[in-house]
Design a protein. Structure first.
Length: 363
């Protein structure tokens, strides 16, 4: 029986990958979660629900920041490791990005090197490990960027560079585009910078938007990403890079994305009645002035803008993604229609929150 360990198994992609393995393989699963003691492991076991109670799953836990986070795990039977665990907050500090994303990955790499039967080590990275550079993003090592939009991107590039030097491991790097939805129906369980920006847009709280209308926005769905990861780790080559994303010819430009979102919102009578205008595009300096002003007062809008700010520089950097190696494992998404469905779902569920102004008044 093959054993696969998934780190960050209680995260969005980790959970989804665990379900994929249960549905598509006979593997036993080690679900690795961040925990400082047995009580935290038990709490996360409860949160994992039916995954934790499946006979083929075992929940284990530690902290990637500790000296030996895998000392209680036997590597003897492990055939594959999928490394999902990371701090994905774009506003992460340099110290935390280094401690968790870089040094934590280094500790896992050393553990993987001690596993005698390991056939595959999959590292989940990001397209934006390329940093703030224009041009083609090929499925090969990225040159060291001169600048990054945030420390998260930096940490992913550092980890990729570390793996590149480890020819002794059967690794693959999977660079995931921004997750626009869970599936082709547009449902969204975990919100990110795109959904937070759309929320500000819908409630009329974003008068200007950083970026250039021609900049391409690269997205995928959780379902597409998870299926591609599973298929590629089984059939793909060692020491390979996969860009799990739409390609440059199919990606929506930022201006097109905003136009479709606005049209979708206008189909909602409440939004149409308020006469909210589309945000105007602005340069980085103007957006910095807006965020600085809002941050002085705090509140829900400041919190929402805080998720946009660390990613904003990427909206001025147009990339041409090549996904040739990964394309065979992915269906081609109808991104324009998907944007429509995501907007409709977010409005119907009100982003899972109260109106920002309601929240502010109640605070």
């Amino acid at each position: 029986m093959s054993i696969t360990m998934i780190t960050g198994a209680d995260g969005h992609l980790g959970r989804s990958l665990a379900h994929w393995f249960l549905d598509n393989t006979d593997d036993e699963l080690l679900l690795y979660v961040r925990a400082s003691d047995r009580a935290q492991v038990d709490c996360k076991r409860v949160a994992l629900g039916r995954l934790a109670t499946n006979a083929r799953c075992r929940v284990v836990g530690s902290d990637l920041r500790c000296g030996k986070p895998f000392e209680d795990i036997s590597g003897a039977g492990l055939r594959s490791i999928v490394h999902c665990a990371a701090v994905t907050d774009f506003g992460v500090s340099l110290e935390r990005a280094r401690d968790v994303n870089v040094e934590g990955t280094a500790r896992l790499v050393e553990f993987a090197a001690s596993c005698p039967r390991l056939d595959r080590f999959v590292f989940l990275s990001s397209l934006y490990a390329a940093g703030l550079r224009d041009g083609t993003l090929a499925e090969e090592p990225f040159p060291k960027p001169e600048h990054f939009a945030n420390r998260y991107e930096w940490s992913k590039w550092q980890s990729e560079a570390m793996l590149q030097a480890r020819k002794d491991l059967p690794w693959q790097v999977h660079r995931i585009a921004t997750l626009l939805s869970d599936d082709s129906n547009g449902s969204v369980r975990q919100q990110n910078v795109i959904h937070n920006t759309l929320r500000l847009f819908y409630y009329g709280l974003l008068s200007i938007l950083p970026g250039v209308p021609d900049t391409r926005i690269y997205t995928t769905t959780t379902g597409v990403a998870v299926n591609a990861i599973g298929r590629l780790m089984q059939a793909g080559a060692d020491h390979a890079y996969f860009n799990i994303s739409d390609n440059a010819d199919n990606a929506l430009q930022l201006g097109e994305f905003c136009d479709r979102a606005y049209a979708a919102f206008m189909r909602n009578p409440t939004f149409a009645r308020h006469g909210i205008l589309k945000p105007r595009f602005c340069d980085q300096a103007a957006f910095d002035v807006l965020t600085s002003s809002v941050e002085q007062f705090g509140g829900t809008m400041a919190q929402a803008l805080s998720s946009v700010k660390p990613f904003a520089p990427q909206l001025f950097s147009d990339k041409r993604v090549d996904n040739s190696a990964a394309a065979g494992a992915m269906p081609e998404l109808d991104t324009p229609t998907l944007v429509d469905r995501v907007c409709e779902q977010l409005v119907a569920k009100r982003w899972g929150h109260r109106h920002p102004e309601e929240a502010r008044r109640c605070a």
